[in-house]
Design a binder for this molecule. Structure first.
Ligand SMILES: Nc1ncnc2c1ncn2[C@@H]1O[C@H](COP(=O)(O)OP(=O)(O)OP(=O)(O)O)[C@@H](O)[C@H]1O
Length: 248
């Protein structure tokens, strides 16, 4: 079984501005993998490479054994359908109910009948603890519930991998921990691989199997491993400082 994500010698750049170079790592099936690092180091940019939104300046990004950018258009579309993505703001359609938000990808990408779509939407909402909230609009529920609804939408097409950009941003600590528990629960029950961009230490230590540290000074990765190991035996001073911050 090839790794879910296999990144080899990746250089990421916007025009002539090189954000990071020499990134080599993989993400294994069923793993919760965190991309961490200080503000502006390139976490979201790496996420964009992983989900096929941005092409490498150099190097290769393979998804389930297929070189994404070397593949034809149809293969790429097929790979994209296997990814569930939750962006920082949750980004639900505000004029649609939660049920309609989740139904949308099902209408676009499946041949399901409308009653089945409704049933699947209700099921996905139940999976994230929002049973019975189909008719609510995003503005009628709390921030934590909106994030969970966005997660239900990301789960609509039964993805092999879930990608999250800063899932706990804007949430109070209790809602953030609840989202962490949900991520762990989904991985354990569905076996979904999870890739998360985060600088939230509580979240990193709670959910990550392994974490990758992007170092803004050297513009490359300087640590990869279970976060507890990196904290207890840090490979360099900046990783040590990052993982032992007392305040966010
Ligand atoms: N579209 C763009 N064009 C040019 N430069 C960009 C673009 N997007 C991001 N950058 C730059 O690339 C670098 C990495 O940005 P990125 O958003 O990936 O970092 P980040 O680690 O996710 O930051 P944060 O934690 O603040 O969200 C930054 O210097 C940023 O200014």
């Amino acid at each position: 079984m090839p790794p879910v994500l296999d990144v080899r010698n990746l250089t990421m750049a916007y025009g002539s501005f090189v954000v990071m170079s020499d990134l080599t790592f993989d993400v294994q099936e069923g793993e919760i993998f965190i991309i961490m690092g200080g503000s502006g180091c390139g976490k979201s940019t790496l996420m964009k490479h992983a989900i096929g939104l941005k092409a490498p300046a150099e190097g290769v990004v393979c998804f389930q054994g297929t070189d994404f950018w070397g593949a034809d258009e149809e293969t790429r579309r097929d790979l994209l359908r296997r990814m569930g993505i939750m962006y920082q703001q949750g980004a639900l359609w505000s004029s649609m109910t939660l049920g309609e938000n989740i139904a949308l990808p099902l209408e676009l990408y499946t041949d399901l009948e409308s009653e089945d779509i409704e049933r699947v939407a209700a099921l996905k909402l139940a999976l994230v603890g929002l049973r019975g909230f189909e008719a609510f609009y995003p503005h009628e529920i709390s921030g934590g519930m909106r994030k969970r609804a966005a997660l239900a939408r990301a789960l609509a097409l039964d993805p092999d991998v879930l990608f999250f950009d800063e899932p706990s941003s804007g949430l109070d600590p209790v809602s953030a921990r609840r989202l962490d528990d949900l991520i762990l629960q989904l991985r354990d029950s569905l076996g979904t691989t999870v890739v998360v961009v985060s600088h939230d230490l509580a979240s990193i230590f709670t959910i990550a199997d392994r974490a990758l540290y992007l170092d803004i000074e050297t513009r490359t990765m300087t640590a990869l491993g279970p976060p507890e190991d990196l904290r207890d035996d840090p490979p360099n001073e900046r990783v040590h400082r990052f993982l032992t911050r007392t305040a966010e």
